[in-house]
Design a protein around this ligand. Structure first.
Ligand code: ADP
Ligand code: MG
Length: 325
């Protein structure tokens, strides 16, 4: 096996949003979207970031591409800090790192034809002449399964199905041959069969072009289909990380078990005996505590409600943040 080469690293990244509480201009409160979050993605791998809605997944993708700054910690691509990249270096970074979002209808410009949509990054980066660009757009449409490509060029997003629109978004993201693609819940608006086809496409892109993918999802089942490794995010903290297979077949953290129980296909074969989630949440302790403590059935009083667990590295290379280990 080849030694993994790390491409993107996030170290102890914290992001706090300040939210105004009332229309009357109350003091406001802080929402900690990411809390000392660390993750490394290797060249050519598909890493799944899994967590329920509001756990901080989209914040991770926004910080990576520099849409907003982190409040603490460090984000590096190929060893270089992402924040503060300017000019030619920023342009080079945006060429290598691309994102696709959940809802292709919102992310595509409805006034642009498919040709204009997919060609735009080539124009922005001043790549090729008219003839080259047309050939390149056709080539990438073909790669993403929009065939024959010529029949798509003059169409508009509203004339396509949801799955085809997501393929257009993927073609636009891939037209510059990036090395890293962030797919933020790319199939949560699509039905199961179409989602499966999009997973196959993402895997094909990785196999053919070696692009590394950060695949963001609320579904462990989706992650299992596609990912080499997964990280589980709970309220802005990484609570478990391992290979997709071992994390799903033998989850360690109670929250990962709860996510699996929430999924009928995996939940049914393994007795729901986990009983991981409490029926009613415990009050939140005033002192440092495990973030999962209020919802965690097996939690140990005097431990889990009195300090915060840190990530432990297990011999197998897995990581888990839980006092039960
Ligand atoms: N611009 C923002 N202003 C205030 N709070 C935000 C903002 N963006 C995200 N949040 C909050 O940060 C947390 C994480 O959000 P997000 O990263 O979108 O989670 P996910 O993608 O996992 O659903 C949530 O509590 C969300 O309400
Ligand atoms: Mg999100």
């Amino acid at each position: 096996m080849k030694t993994p080469v790390s491409m993107l690293t996030m170290s102890d990244v914290t992001k706090v949003y300040r939210v105004k509480d009332s229309l009357l201009g109350g003091a406001g409160r802080d929402v900690v979207a990411l809390d000392r979050f660390s993750m490394t993605i290797n060249a050519g791998e598909i890493y799944g970031l899994v967590g329920e809605s509001g756990s901080g997944k989209t914040t991770v993708s926004r910080l990576i591409v520099g849409l907003e700054p982190a409040d603490g910690g460090d984000i590096r691509f190929d060893g270089t800090k992402v924040m503060g990249l300017k000019g030619r270096r920023r342009k080079n970074f945006t060429k290598q790192v691309q994102v696709i979002f959940q809802d292709p209808y919102q992310s595509l410009n409805t006034h642009f034809s498919i040709f204009e949509t997919v060609c735009e990054p080539l124009v922005i980066h001043g790549i090729g002449d008219r003839q080259f660009r047309r050939a390149r757009v056709c080539e990438i449409l073909d790669t993403t399964g929009l065939t024959p490509p010529e029949t798509y060029l003059n169409r508009y997003p509203h004339q396509l199905s949801g799955g085809q629109r997501q393929r257009v978004a993927i073609a636009r993201a891939m037209v510059l041959e990036p090395r890293f693609l962030i797919a933020d819940e790319p199939t949560s608006m699509l039905d199961a069969l179409i989602s499966f086809q999009i997973f196959r496409l993402l895997n094909h892109l990785r196999e053919s072009f070696g692009v590394a993918i950060l695949f963001i999802t609320h579904s462990l089942a989706a992650a299992r289909n596609l990912c080499d490794r997964v990280g589980v995010l709970y309220r802005g903290q990484l609570v478990e990380q391992g290979t997709a297979e071992e994390t799903i077949m033998n989850p360690l953290h109670p929250y990962t078990k709860a996510l699996l129980d929430a999924h009928p296909r995996f939940g049914s074969s393994r007795q729901k005996a986990y009983g991981v989630l409490r029926e009613t949440e415990r009050p939140i302790p005033d002192v440092d505590h495990c973030p999962f403590y209020p919802r965690c059935n097996p939690a140990m009083d005097n431990i889990c409600n009195e300090s915060t667990p840190t990530l432990k590295y297990l011999d197998s290379g897995r990581k888990v943040s839980c006092f039960l280990f």
